[in-house]
Design a binder for this molecule. Structure first.
Ligand SMILES: Cc1cc2nc3c(=O)[nH]c(=O)nc-3n(C[C@H](O)[C@H](O)[C@H](O)COP(=O)(O)O)c2cc1C
Length: 180
C-alpha cells in the first residue's frame, strides 16, 4: 500500500512545476464548451494551498467556456511512474489583477511570444497576419492566469502485484482507498 498518497501526489505535481522534463509538466485540461467536452494540453505553472495554476490566452475558447461552466478536470499520466491523476476542480480566470501581473513577470520571454499573435488561438490561420506580432505591452492584455481549485483527486498507481486507487478529498484531505 502507498504510505501517504496525498503527499506523493503533491510531490509529483511540484516536480511538474520545477522541471520541464517531468511527465507532470504537461497536463490535460478538460472543460465544457456549450454541450461539447473539450481537452487541451497546458503547462502546469504553480501550486498554492489548494490550487493548481496554468496560463492561457484570454481570447481562447477555454475562457469563453468558463463563463458558462467553470467545472473542469485536470489529467496527468506518468509512463515512468505508472501513475494517473485526475483532478476535479473549479477554474477561475485571473485577468488584469495582481496574480496576472505576478505570473506575467515570472513568464519567460519565449512564453510571452504566444500572446503576441493577432487573433484568438483557435482562429483559422491568415497568411497576411501570421507574420505580424503585437507589441509586448499589448500581449499582456491577452494574458490570463488560471486558478484551478482542487476538489477531489482520483489517483491510480499501476502495479504488477495489483493496482491501487485512492480518492482524495482536497477540502478535508481525507484519503479513501477504492477498488481499481
Ligand atoms: C505541449 C503543449 C503545451 C501547451 N501549453 C498551453 C498552456 O500552458 N496554456 C494554454 O492556454 N495553451 C497551451 N497549449 C495549447 C492548447 O493545448 C490549446 O491548443 C490552446 O490553448 C487553445 O485551446 P482552447 O481552444 O481549448 O482554449 C499547449 C499545447 C501544447 C501542445
Amino acid at each position: 500500500m502507498i504510505n501517504n498518497p496525498l503527499s506523493m501526489v503533491m510531490k509529483k505535481i511540484q516536480e511538474g512545476i520545477d522541471s520541464r522534463h517531468s511527465d507532470y509538466h504537461i497536463m490535460n485540461v478538460s472543460y465544457v464548451l456549450n454541450t461539447q467536452i473539450k481537452t487541451s494540453c497546458t503547462v502546469i505553472r504553480n501550486l498554492t494551498d489548494n490550487a493548481i495554476w496554468f496560463n492561457t490566452d484570454f481570447r481562447s475558447q477555454k475562457v469563453v467556456a468558463l463563463e458558462k461552466n467553470n467545472q473542469a478536470c485536470l489529467h496527468f499520466y506518468s509512463k515512468k511512474d505508472k501513475i494517473q491523476m485526475s483532478v476535479a476542480c473549479t477554474l477561475v480566470i485571473h485577468h488584469h489583477d495582481d496574480f496576472t501581473k505576478q505570473a506575467w513577470e515570472k513568464a519567460s520571454l519565449l512564453s510571452k511570444q504566444c500572446y503576441r499573435q493577432i487573433g484568438p488561438p483557435c482562429e483559422a490561420y491568415h497568411e497576411e497576419t501570421a507574420q505580424l506580432k503585437l507589441p509586448l505591452k499589448t500581449a499582456y492584455e491577452n494574458f490570463a492566469t488560471v486558478e484551478a481549485t482542487m476538489h477531489t483527486i482520483d489517483v491510480l498507481f499501476l502495479k504488477f502485484g495489483g493496482n491501487e486507487r485512492y480518492l482524495i478529498d482536497m477540502h478535508t484531505k481525507h484519503c479513501q482507498s477504492v477498488l481499481p
